[in-house]
Design a protein around this ligand. Structure first.
Ligand code: SF4
Ligand code: SF4
Length: 289
């Protein structure tokens, strides 16, 4: 049995100040940080003990996790477990990445987002170069806002061709054909992000071979459907897993629709579903870049 687990604890603070984010420059009080740390310790204990399942884990904190030692430690320790295929975290890459030298590069990976205006491109690229040096798999992405276009192009030009750069359609923004083509030139898979996917009633792996887990162990199909289907810590999640159709009208976030069966994205991103790296990357045409 294979299971992808998207984990999100109480942490909701971030060192960056992105204008498009509700968690910008938010600070968590010490008691919340303690609760987040304890919840993560409980979760990593569950992962370590659940050896009858092949697990892949994606940490999707509301804010930034890698500025906290407990997320770095969790990434490192889980990466060494033989029944853990992949352990990934979404990060702004603000923190140093040298600690990944102690992780298993065969399973630890990063989903890194570049936020122009919050960090110098050269500094972000130095972090990327260090990841390449360490042999750690990572994708890099940007939000497709017009004011990010020049930076996104410069980033694409500077990154090694082997590194996939994804572009997320900005929330609520409509892209005309020219804009869509502009961003697709940077990310050939932008088309999946540019329009929400009609998902109601359509079969989705979420709730069958992928679940979302909150700090208290509440298990839901995905981050976007709030109804709990069980709990991680009382074992009720096992009986809850089954093939299901989606209950939501649309699915518009990669960490959700990558599991929507009719899209076939588990094949497109085979071997890199959680860290968002396509199976066929770099594409042949990009070798000239
Ligand atoms: S880095 Fe991410 S979490 Fe932090 S403010 Fe920007 S978008 Fe929000
Ligand atoms: S299609 Fe999206 S919203 Fe629907 S179950 Fe799958 S991940 Fe959740």
């Amino acid at each position: 049995m294979n299971l992808s687990v998207l984990y999100r604890g109480p942490l909701a603070s971030c060192n960056y100040d992105c204008p498009y984010c509700p968690f910008a420059k938010r600070r968590d009080p010490p008691e919340l940080l303690r609760a987040d740390r304890a919840a993560l310790a409980r979760f990593t204990g569950w992962v370590a003990a659940t050896t009858d399942v092949r697990l892949s884990v994606l940490f999707t904190p509301w804010g930034e996790g890698l500025t906290r030692s407990w997320y770095r430690d969790a990434m490192t320790s889980l990466s060494h477990l033989p029944h853990v295929d992949r352990v990934v975290i979404q990060t702004n890459l603000a923190a140093r990445v040298d600690w990944l030298a102690d992780a298993d590069p065969g399973s630890a990976a990063l989903w890194a987002t570049y936020h122009p205006g919050q960090v110098e491109r050269a500094r972000f690229l130095r972090r990327c170069a260090r990841l390449t040096e360490l042999g750690v798999r990572y994708s890099v992405g940007v939000v497709g806002l017009p004011e990010h276009l020049d930076e996104a192009r410069a980033l694409r030009a500077a990154l090694p061709p082997a590194v996939y750069l994804w572009v997320n359609a900005a929330e609520g923004r409509r892209y005309d054909a020219v804009e869509e083509a502009t961003w697709t030139a940077l990310d050939p898979h932008f088309g999946y992000s540019v329009r929400p996917h009609l998902s109601l009633g359509r079969p989705c792996h979420a709730g069958e071979t992928a679940v979302s887990v909150l700090g208290d162990g509440t298990v839901r199909r995905c981050h976007f459907i709030p109804t709990p289907i069980g709990n991680l810590y009382d074992g009720s999640w096992r009986a809850a897993l089954k093939p299901r159709g989606c209950d939501a009208a649309v699915c518009d976030c990669h960490i959700g629709y990558v599991h929507l069966k009719p899209l076939g994205l588990r094949d497109v991103f085979a071997g890199g579903v959680l860290e968002r790296i396509p199976a066929a990357w770099p594409p042949p045409a990009s070798t000239a870049r």
